[in-house]
Design a protein around this ligand. Structure first.
Ligand code: SF4
Length: 389
């Protein structure tokens, strides 16, 4: 049985506020019946509030509408994110006055409020989940859809996986990519050869290891898997292997499954806002040019379905090549637009495949255009009133 994904397109049929995304978000919230579901609930609206001079995170105009829907339904909403982003949120326009509810840190100002979950995965055994999310009774995962240098794409999964844990766990989630060995020093004859390998990388992804300068370290987020280094490296000394790249997304799916295990199934809502989609994520603390056309608002009770739907729609678009930062070397023909940007091994679908395997939802979805639905309902209404005249 497909999961329903409600969608409001960024496209406008006419110059009318009703044809724009904030109003279409209202329709999505109506279809998700938020107002009927949140009475007396402690509603955590998990966002990424960005950093420094970034301005492409979900705009307060959207946040306020979500908050209002929760208040209308008798719920007690709060917006939350990691401590650093919360501390500087007011400099980017997020305050209690603008969004309509308190903005708090997911794990307390010093990240001391967390719950430890145990699971072994590539060097990660203790997962410290943000206590404020854990203690809430209803979750609204409100994410900005955009590119991501580590996994290709960031949406509702990444918003929860990284933002749902304290800094120590976030760091270890990234380190899972280093777990499977990719550098074999014993196959490299000398330091000069190792240096040449490092210098060959056009993305400056290869550096000396901080702990052991004789070793080589790969910054996975910078690597676009172009293979240039492999032409310089002696046989079997270096591997560019999909396993390293997929580890991060597998870890993301596990983290999300832990967060969602603390909420009843009918108390989870996921919203992706696909506008001003940049090449890299909002953690960078700045906003580049949009590399894809705005697509709209996507909402569902199924995290897997909503992420699959947005990835499918993005997959049908062409990158806006002239807006891609000049330091990026596109991997044309790599597949999805985000693979073209970040490399074929950063397949953005891995996290939804893993999420489905973990039972978080289904990749089978029904996309419902909220404007088309509204037009149908209005037609039926007119027919009924005409029949009673
Ligand atoms: S594959 Fe390309 S980007 Fe990645 S480390 Fe090698 S040279 Fe650098």
């Amino acid at each position: 049985m497909p999961s329903k994904v409600y969608f409001g397109s960024a496209k406008q049929k006419k110059w009318d506020a009703n044809e724009t995304l904030p109003i279409k978000l209202d329709l999505v919230l109506e279809r998700l019946e938020i107002r009927n579901r949140v009475k007396d609930e402690s509603v955590c609206i998990k966002m990424h509030l960005g950093g420094h001079v970034g301005y492409s995170t979900v705009h307060p105009v959207f946040v306020r509408r979500v908050v209002q829907a929760v208040k209308d339904g008798g719920g007690n909403p709060f917006v939350c994110d990691t401590p650093g982003s919360v501390l500087s949120a007011h400099t980017r326009g997020y305050t209690q006055e603008t969004v309509g509810c308190p903005i708090i840190s997911v794990s307390g100002p010093e990240e001391k409020h967390f719950y430890t979950f145990k699971k072994e995965y590539k060097g990660l055994s203790e997962w410290k989940m943000a206590g404020v999310i854990h203690d809430a009774t209803f979750l609204i995962d409100l994410a900005h859809a955009k590119g991501h240098p580590t996994c290709g794409f960031g949406g509702v999964f990444k918003n929860l996986a990284l933002g749902g844990f304290v800094g120590e766990t976030r760091s270890k989630l990234h380190d899972t990519m280093q777990y499977d060995r990719y550098w074999f020093a014993e196959k490299c004859p000398d330091d000069a050869t190792r240096k040449k390998i490092m210098e060959s990388c056009p993305m400056e992804a290869l550096v000396e290891d901080k702990q052991n300068p004789k070793e080589l370290h790969m910054h996975m987020e910078l690597c676009n898997q172009c293979g240039v280094c492999l032409k310089v490296a002696p046989p079997r000394s270096l591997k560019i292997d999909p396993i390293n790249f997929r580890s991060f997304q597998e870890a993301n799916a596990i983290g999300v499954s832990m967060v969602l295990s603390t909420f009843a199934k009918d108390k989870q809502v996921f919203i992706n806002i696909a506008e001003h989609m940049t090449a890299v994520c909002d953690c960078f603390g700045f906003t580049g040019m949009a590399v894809l056309p705005d697509l709209g608002v996507f909402g569902s009770n199924d995290i897997v379905a909503v992420e699959q739907a947005i990835l499918d729609l993005i997959g049908k678009q062409k990158l806006i090549y002239e807006n891609v930062p000049e330091n990026m070397q596109l991997q044309k023909g790599a597949g999805h637009p985000f693979q073209e940007l970040h490399g074929p091994y950063k397949n953005p679908y891995i996290v939804v495949e893993e999420g489905e395997k973990l039972g978080l939802g289904t990749r089978d979805y029904q996309l419902i255009d909220v404007m088309e639905e509204k037009a149908k309902q209005e037609k039926v209404g007119q027919y009924i009133s005409a029949a009673h005249m």
